[in-house]
Design a protein around this ligand. Structure first.
Ligand code: GDP
Ligand code: MG
Length: 296
């Protein structure tokens, strides 16, 4: 007798509302200077958030501490709007003594949680602005040896506070064999120090296709990436890549590097999941600790 009452249309309503409001995402990038952080951000979002440095004189001024630099951009694709905020951390790892390099970054992330908590506690909670960091890309120098003490320290300190995604920078400077060895060493360290890096969750009740997709992403961690905001010629076509005497690296070719898998996780399949995990697990644990400490 009863027809549908109409709540099956709810996903559609939510979808329309978010479409109108647009989406918002905050990404942090950390790693020594020159590892290709700015280039990768440009490559990921196919924008010029950071002007290319290729023809610029190397800068002689050396900052004294790790700086926190924030850039925002409104980007749009097929009528979907994304407000993207990228937090860069120039100076990290660039000093003689880098022991405390992780601290200003940690404090920045916690400061953003504090600001969110403060908004939640307001009488009027209608217009909460989420400035929390939803993911942190950590750039590992392509050395093949093993992680540096600085890498381990940073990941140990930060992985409980933010979705930490380790990447092997400039992987075009390594051979496939070297990448394999280096990845294994990095994963051994991550396991040894029990560093909870971000991984797409695999739920048994997901459809087999999704499960396989997530497993394929996990298999690539730590992503060996190559960035490029230039076009080069490859097999008679223009591709985004880097040219060498021995050939061309096409960043959008899965056989050449893990860039595509990283972008898939970060932008195409897990952006909302990264935000949910930040809110429900990482921020929640921060909030609980604050409350327990009687800070409110
Ligand atoms: P940042 O200091 O970490 O932001 O590094 P940049 O993005 O400014 O890049 C520093 C230099 O490395 C530039 O000359 C880039 O063209 C180059 N570069 C960036 N990404 C890659 C990469 O994946 N492979 C190689 N070989 N060079 C890269
Ligand atoms: Mg940069």
């Amino acid at each position: 007798l009863l027809g549908p009452v109409g709540f099956s249309n709810l996903p559609n309503q939510v979808h329309k509302k978010s479409l109108k409001k647009g989406f918002q995402f905050t990404l942090m990038v950390v790693g020594e200077s020159g590892l290709g952080k700015s280039t990768l951000v440009n490559t990921l979002f196919n924008t010029t958030l950071y002007p290319s440095k290729e023809n610029k004189e190397p800068t002689t001024e050396v900052p004294k501490t790790v700086e926190i630099q924030t850039i925002s951009a409104d980007i749009e694709e097929n009528a979907v709007k994304l407000k993207l905020t990228v937090i860069d951390t120039p100076g990290f790892g660039d000093f003689v003594n880098n022991e405390e390099s992780w601290r200003p970054i940690f404090e920045n992330i916690e400061g953003r949680y504090d600001a969110y908590l403060e908004q939640e506690n307001r009488v009027n909670r209608k217009r909460i602005v989420d400035t929390r960091v939803h993911a942190c890309l950590y750039f590992i120098a392509p050395t093949v040896h093993s992680l540096k003490p600085l890498d381990i320290e940073f990941m140990k300190r930060l992985a409980h506070t933010v979705n930490l995604i380790p990447v092997i920078a400039k992987s075009d400077t390594l051979t496939d064999e070297e990448i394999k060895i280096f990845k294994n060493r990095i994963l051994e360290d991550i396991a040894f120090y029990k560093i909870p890096i971000y991984q797409p969750p695999v739920h048994d009740n997901d459809d087999p296709e999704t499960i396989q997709e997530n497993k394929d992403i996990i298999a690539k961690i730590p992503f060996a990436i190559v960035g490029s905001d230039r076009e080069v010629e490859f097999n008679g076509k223009k591709v985004r890549g880097r040219k060498y005497p021995w050939g061309v690296i096409d960043v959008d070719n899965e056989d050449h590097c893990d860039f595509v898998k990283l972008r898939q996780m970060l932008i195409r399949t897990h952006m909302e999941e990264l935000k949910e995990y930040t809110n429900e697990v990482l921020y929640e644990s921060f909030r609980t600790q604050k409350l327990a400490a009687g800070a409110l």
